[in-house]
Structure formats: structure tokens, C-alpha cells
Design a protein around this ligand. Structure first.
Ligand code: MRU
Length: 369
């Protein structure tokens, strides 16, 4: 998507042979647009853990490039396959919930195992990482195309009045390399001239909505309003939300949706108010093993993310303490919305119901049975 008129993606390669890997440090947004090179595997793992890069598809693509950096650093005196397996395990463990990370790292590992020649192995690694990146971009583009049809439908029922869409966290291009998942249909609708307005949940504790989604909307010119995480139910009761669209970090093949903490409460409120609740995802986010979403591992993050709030003060990014210093805090990063609360899944192959049969029908080649 465009930043100040120039098309940018959330991760890119540069330098000689396009083997240097760069990201935007998302912890600095929206106040500073900082480009950062991931100089080695450890810096890529740190970027994922510290959420300089975040969002399920982007974590997966970063994981793929982390494997390239690991291959480049293979010690001469070590078996390259053993090194690869070990490094892949370290990379995949950087964040536990988004299944895209393990998916991308596994794809890389399978493509590289057994390649003995160093130079071939390295070229193959970068080729495969690029394929993963381009695949995710293509998925997001198609999520936009399919989601647009849903929004056109909803918009026609509103007789030209703006369609109010609520979204949680940041499932935009910053989370996905390009276009985004939840935002792809919104950008597509806006670009077609459909009047849309986005309610942006601030998304505590790290404020991905307030910092990142608001920044994206602003740069694309999409009308939006920031709201507290607690406001969604109230707005729905007053008829001010026409649809909710969120992304997901892992969706079971049975349709349970794991996403940023607070998503479940939005789904409950949407259900109670007959507001359609859509989840946009590439198939790399589907977990084909786990049947029950409550068995998805939920990342526990540092409580400091709750107690300290970051913002701009006198031109500097600063953190301030909100609660009493001694008060304990608990930071579950994700929650699970049961399939029964989900109106539909918007995927790269089309829209389906959030149940095992419908998901398998759309992805017969990926479904295990
Ligand atoms: O903790 P984050 O910021 O990585 O969480 C991101 C989300 O919850 C997104 O909604 C999800 O990854 C989907 S991104 C298209």
C-alpha cells in the first residue's frame, strides 16, 4: 500500500543479490517511520518476539527470511541439515499463537533439507521465502476481491449511506506484507467509491488499532474513528455498526477463531445485536490439526505491556506507568471466538461458513480428511 505516495510493503529485500532483509519497526509507529535491517537470525527472532514485526502473515514471512539468514550463517564445521533443523525450531518458537510462523518455517525446512551445496541452498532459501511472501500478498489481494462482494451487498441495503465497519487490532497491510486481511475488503470498497467508515478499536494493551490501523486508514484516506475497546457493544446496540471484520492468528479447520484479545467480546456483542461478524484469513492461518479452538496455545506476554503505555511526548516516544507499581497484571495476548459466533470466513478462495464441512469444501487439497 502507499505511504506518502510511494508503494511500500511491510518487509522487503535489498542490497547485493537482494539478500538483505528490511522491515518497518512497528513499535515506533505511528509517530516514527523507522526502517530496520534484520542483520541475522537473532535479530529476526527478536523482531518477532518484540513485535517490531507482528500480525500472523507477516510473522510467517519474517520467519521464512529468518531461515534464509540462518542458512547464510551455517558454520562450515556443522552438518547443514542439523543446523537448519535447530535454527528452524528456534525461529518457530519466537511466538506461539500465529500458526503462520510454524507453517512458513516448515515449508522452508522441507524445501531445503538435503541440499548439500551451500550456494544452491542459499539461493533456494531466498527463492522460497519470496514465493511465500508473494503467495501471502496474492491471498490478501483475493480476500479483498471476495470481501468486496459482501460489502457491496451490505452497502446496497444502506441506500448510499456510509457502511460502518468495526475492526479490532491491526489486520492491515502492516500485519500482512500488503493489502491486509480484514482491511483488504475495506480498501477495495473504498477504492471502488463505496462509502465506508471504519470504527477502529484502540486494542489494548499495545494499541495496534490506535497506532497502526488508524495510521493505515489515514494514509489511504479511509474515513475512520478511533474508539475504546469497550465501545463496540454500545455502538452496535445503537445501530452504528453494519459489520465487524477482523483478522485471525489461527483458525481451526472446525471454524474456531483465535485472534487478538478482545475479539471474543466483539463477537458476542455482534451476535446479540444481529451484526454480521466476518473473519478474513489466508489459508496459511488455518490449523488443520486442532479440532477445538480452546486447545490453541495462547501467548502470555510481559505484564509491562499493560502497566506501561507508550506515546509521543515533546517529540519523543515515552512510556508512562498507569497502575500502582506493585499491582500485578496478566497479559493474555489472544482469545478464541467459537465458530458459532462467526458469520463467515473470507479467504483467498471465497467466503465460507465457519464449520468443518464448508472449510474442507473450499480447501479439499489442504484438508486432512
Ligand atoms: O499481537 P499481534 O499484533 O501480532 O496480533 C495481531 C492480530 O491479532 C491480527 O488480528 C492477526 O494477526 C491477523 S493479521 C492479518
Amino acid at each position: 500500500m502507499k505511504v506518502d505516495g510511494i508503494w511500500r510493503q511491510a518487509i522487503w529485500t535489498g542490497g547485493e543479490n537482494l539478500r538483505q532483509v528490511f522491515i518497518f519497526d512497528q513499535t515506533k509507529l505511528p509517530h516514527k517511520l523507522v526502517e530496520k535491517e534484520l542483520i541475522n537470525t537473532d535479530s529476526a527472532i527478536d523482531a518477532i518476539c518484540n513485535m517490531e514485526v507482528r500480525g500472523a502473515p507477516l510473522i510467517g514471512v519474517t520467519g521464512a527470511y529468518a531461515v534464509c539468514l540462518a542458512v547464510a550463517a551455517t558454520p562450515k564445521n556443522q552438518d547443514p541439515d542439523a543446523w537448519l533443523v535447530n535454527e528452524c525450531a528456534r525461529i518457530a518458537a519466537a511466538r506461539p499463537t500465529a500458526v503462520n510462523l510454524a507453517w512458513a518455517v516448515d515449508k522452508m525446512k522441507n524445501a531445503l533439507l538435503g541440499q548439500k551445496d551451500f550456494s544452491n541452498r542459499l539461493s533456494l532459501a531466498y527463492e522460497n521465502a519470496k514465493i511465500i511472501l508473494e503467495g501471502e500478498v496474492d491471498c490478501c489481494k483475493h480476500i479483498g476481491i471476495h470481501g468486496l462482494e459482501l460489502l457491496k451487498d451490505l452497502s446496497s441495503k444502506k441506500g448510499g449511506r456510509p457502511l460502518n465497519i468495526l475492526t479490532h487490532c491491526n489486520a492491515g497491510w502492516l500485519a500482512c506484507v500488503d493489502y491486509g486481511t480484514a482491511t483488504a475488503p475495506i480498501y477495495a470498497a473504498f477504492d471502488e467509491g463505496i462509502p465506508v467508515h471504519v470504527w477502529v478499536d484502540e486494542t489494548r494493551p499495545l494499541n495496534q488499532g490506535a497506532r497502526l490501523t488508524a495510521w493505515e486508514m489515514l494514509h489511504h484516506g479511509v474515513p475512520h474513528t478511533l474508539i475504546t475497546d469497550n465501545a463496540g457493544g454500545h455502538l452496535m446496540q445503537h445501530g452504528l455498526v453494519d459489520a465487524v471484520i477482523v483478522g485471525t492468528d489461527r483458525t481451526t479447520h472446525t471454524g474456531d477463531v483465535c485472534n487478538k484479545i478482545g475479539t471474543y467480546l466483539k463477537a458476542l456483542a455482534a451476535f446479540d445485536n444481529n451484526v454480521p461478524f466476518f473473519v478474513a484469513l489466508p489459508s496459511s492461518t488455518i490449523d488443520w490439526e486442532i479440532e477445538n479452538g480452546l486447545n490453541i496455545p495462547i501467548e502470555q506476554r510481559n505484564p509491562h505491556e499493560i502497566t506501561l503505555v507508550q506515546g509521543l511526548c515533546d517529540g519523543q516516544l515515552k512510556s508512562v506507568l498507569v497502575p500502582p507499581e506493585q499491582s500485578p497484571a496478566r497479559n493474555d495476548a489472544f482469545d478464541v471466538t467459537p465458530a458459532r459466533l462467526v458469520t463467515g470466513l473470507i479467504t483467498e478462495r471465497g467466503v465460507c461458513r465457519a464449520d468443518k464441512k464448508s472449510i474442507a469444501a473450499l480447501f479439499p487439497d489442504k484438508s486432512r480428511k
